[in-house]
Each structure stands twice: as structure tokens, then as C-alpha cells.
Design a protein around this ligand. Structure first.
Ligand SMILES: Nc1ncnc2c1ncn2[C@@H]1O[C@H](COP(=O)(O)OP(=O)(O)OP(=O)(O)O)[C@@H](O)[C@H]1O
Ligand SMILES: [Mg+2]
Length: 268
């Protein structure tokens, strides 16, 4: 069963910028795909299309077999609930407590918004928020204001908030780009541990090939809005990656699971 299907998606912004050009790939349930590409290659545009914050100009996106492109908000809501998001800049509410930020992960599960505010939240939700915080090792900071945490800690709070949502699919847009290498690695390790133990599907946008190779099952690379590489990690060999970066690819990779449009490769 496919969790995410991107079917010939193109996006042209109103100012004429072509951000995505007939992008197609799909992600199996439980698979971890790393989306790689340089600045401006269309990664975030694709991310926003999968979460329906942006409508593609053409093409279709399906989540668990349901077409979400063009879907009305009311019908979109239950599908969005399945998707947990992690962002580069954490997207916490800075002047609120860590605990309250995690509780907000339950938005969409309660009948009224105010039921996710700490004084009004049910005992069950409050306990669940503490469990999620415990999973990321931060129960001792529950009362602290979010902006009084280190970057790595803030991203762990964002992961706890995402867990509060009980997602089936995790989308992460450069989750470690604002962190130093040590904190970044800790966050990746934690995120990966959690997705493995829960069998979640992941699409994670990253910049660095070395990190991508370490964590993903598969790499999809974008360049100027085109998919230029779609390969399992297993099939990627170092020579091939080197060639990919050095613009020297002049023949197709011989392994079946590598699909590269050689003409479009260049420097990723
Ligand atoms: N709202 C917008 N209006 C017009 N052009 C846009 C808009 N958002 C993005 N773009 C353009 O679309 C292209 C793809 O941008 P996008 O943000 O998807 O790239 P990205 O791969 O996420 O880059 P980065 O690594 O810098 O985050 C870029 O040329 C960008 O300038
Ligand atoms: Mg981006």
C-alpha cells in the first residue's frame, strides 16, 4: 500500500516561477525517503503541496489512496491529521510553555480548540502530553517557556507535539538545518528511533548527502523542480554519488533500482 503518491506534479507560481516540473514518485507505508536538493530546487514547494498548504498547478497527490489535490477543507482535515510535520525553525509558540506547545499537537482531536489549552484539557490529554514529552526526554522542562530552550531541545518539543497527533506519516522540512552538527545528529537519531518503533512513513527533506545516506531507505533528489535521482540507499554507490556531484555522469547507473535522468543531473 502506498502512503504517499506524487503523480506528475507541476507548480508555477503566479509570478511565473516554475518550482516543480512533472514530479512523480511514491512512498510505501513504513518507508523512509530522504528528499535532497539544493536551495530553490522545489523541496519546500513539494512539502507544502503534500500538506495541501499549496495547490499544485497540475498533477495529483494521493495520501493512502485518497486524492487530496483540490479537496475541500472539511474533507482534507481527517487526512491532514495523519500527517505530522517537523520544520527547520521548530514553529513553537515561543511565549508559551513546553507543555502547552505539546498539547497543541492535539488540535483537531478535540471538539473545541480551547480543550487543548492546558487549564481546560482533559486528564487523558494532559497525561498523553507528558508521555510524549517523556519520549523525547524533556519532562523536566515541561513548565519552561519554549524560547528558553536550546535549538535541539526545541526541535525535540516539536517532535513531542507531532507525536501528540498520532501521525501515520511524518514530513520533515530540513529538521536539522538550524542546529549544530551534534544537536542535529541527536535530533535525527531520536526522530528515526521514533518512526521505526511506530512503523511510520517518513519523507524528510535534507541538504546533506552524508546524513541522507545514513538515515534514509531511499533518496529522491530534485534539481530545478525535476526529479534527477530516485534510488534505494543500497543501490547508491559512492562512485555514482561522486559522479552525480561532479557533473560527470555519462551513462546510466547499471543497477536496476537506480533511475536517473542523466541529462538533468548536473550538480544537485
Ligand atoms: N510563493 C512563491 N512565489 C514565487 N516563487 C516562489 C514562491 N515560493 C517559492 N518560490 C520559488 O520556487 C522555487 C522553489 O522554491 P522552494 O522553496 O520550493 O525550494 P527549496 O528546495 O525548498 O529551497 P531551500 O533549500 O532554499 O529551502 C524557487 O525558485 C523559489 O524562489
Ligand atoms: Mg525549503
Amino acid at each position: 500500500m502506498k502512503a504517499v503518491e506524487i503523480d506528475t506534479i507541476s507548480k508555477v507560481y503566479p509570478d511565473g516561477t516554475k518550482a516543480l516540473n512533472n514530479v512523480s514518485f511514491s512512498v510505501e507505508k513504513g518507508e523512509a525517503v530522504v528528499l535532497l536538493g539544493h536551495n530553490g530546487s522545489g523541496k519546500s514547494t513539494l512539502f507544502r503541496s503534500i500538506t495541501s498548504f499549496e495547490q499544485p498547478t497540475s498533477g495529483e497527490i494521493r495520501i493512502d489512496g485518497i486524492t487530496i489535490t483540490g479537496l475541500k477543507k472539511r474533507k482534507l482535515r481527517p487526512i491532514r491529521k495523519k500527517i505530522g510535520m517537523v520544520f527547520q525553525h521548530f514553529n513553537l509558540i515561543n511565549n508559551l510553555s513546553v507543555f502547552q506547545n505539546v498539547l497543541f499537537g492535539a488540535l483537531g482531536q478535540t471538539k473545541f480548540t480551547f480543550q487543548t489549552y492546558s487549564p481546560f484539557a482533559s486528564k487523558e490529554l494532559r497525561m498523553k502530553a507528558m508521555e510524549c514529552l517523556s519520549r523525547v526526554g524533556l519532562t523536566h522542562l515541561a513548565k519552561r517557556r519554549a524560547d528558553q530552550l536550546s535549538g535541539g531541545q526545541q526541535q525535540r518539543v516539536a517532535i513531542a507535539r507531532m507525536l501528540m497527533q498520532d501521525p501515520e506519516i511524518v514530513l520533515a522540512d530540513e529538521p536539522i538545518a538550524s542546529l549544530d552538527p551534534k544537536a542535529g545528529r541527536e535530533v535525527m537519531d531520536l526522530l528515526w528511533e521514533i518512526v521505526r518503533e511506530r512503523g511510520l512513513t517518513v519523507v524528510c527533506i535534507l541538504h546533506q548527502m552524508d546524513i541522507a545516506k545514513e538515515y534514509g531507505n531511499r533518496i529522491v533528489a530534485l534539481k530545478s523542480g525535476n526529479v534527477v535521482l530516485d534510488s534505494t540507499i543500497h543501490a547508491l554507490n559512492d562512485k555514482f554519488i561522486k559522479e552525480l556531484y561532479e557533473k560527470e555522469v555519462n551513462e546510466e547507473g547499471d543497477e536496476e533500482s537506480i533511475k536517473v535522468d542523466v541529462k538533468k543531473v548536473g550538480v544537485l
